[in-house]
Design a protein around this ligand. Sequence first.
Ligand code: THU
Length: 155
Amino acid sequence: MNIRSIEIKVMEVSNLNELDFSDRDLLSSALQAASGAYAPYSHFQVGAAVRLSNGTVVTGNNQENAAYPSGLCAERTALFFAQSQYPNLAVVAIAITAISNGAQTSDPVYPCGACRQVMLEAQKRGGEPLRIVMGGSQKIYIVKRIEDLLPLAFV
Ligand code: THU
């Protein structure tokens, strides 16, 4: 039997000033989107901001429902909105952050498995690497492509 190691690369930033302007800007749109989330059940408000290849930014947030599985994560709300409104534009970056107990979480928020699978397909459709910025107030993680969050993916 062979053991294979798969390398994934995650950049860690602990100071907002270390971020590129475009990442900072996208994260700030995600935080603004989080404040509008409909999360009366979990009280965990997530925001996502998606940048398209022409520079357009669209946002989404989590939408919950009394019938729990009917709700949707912020990332998929934003990505599906982007794909529905701009079907011919590649998605080049997505920023994600969350508000809990009235403040941005200090640690980054990481996308769930279903959202990672949707990001993979968005990247495939766009034909460009999808940068993912996961923000907390004290720490930010960035990956340059979805394979770093979803190795050995079903495509
Ligand atoms: N949620 C997101 O919107 N994105 C994530 O990356 C993680 C979880 C939502 C789903 C649910 O509305 C709430 O956060 C609590 O799990």
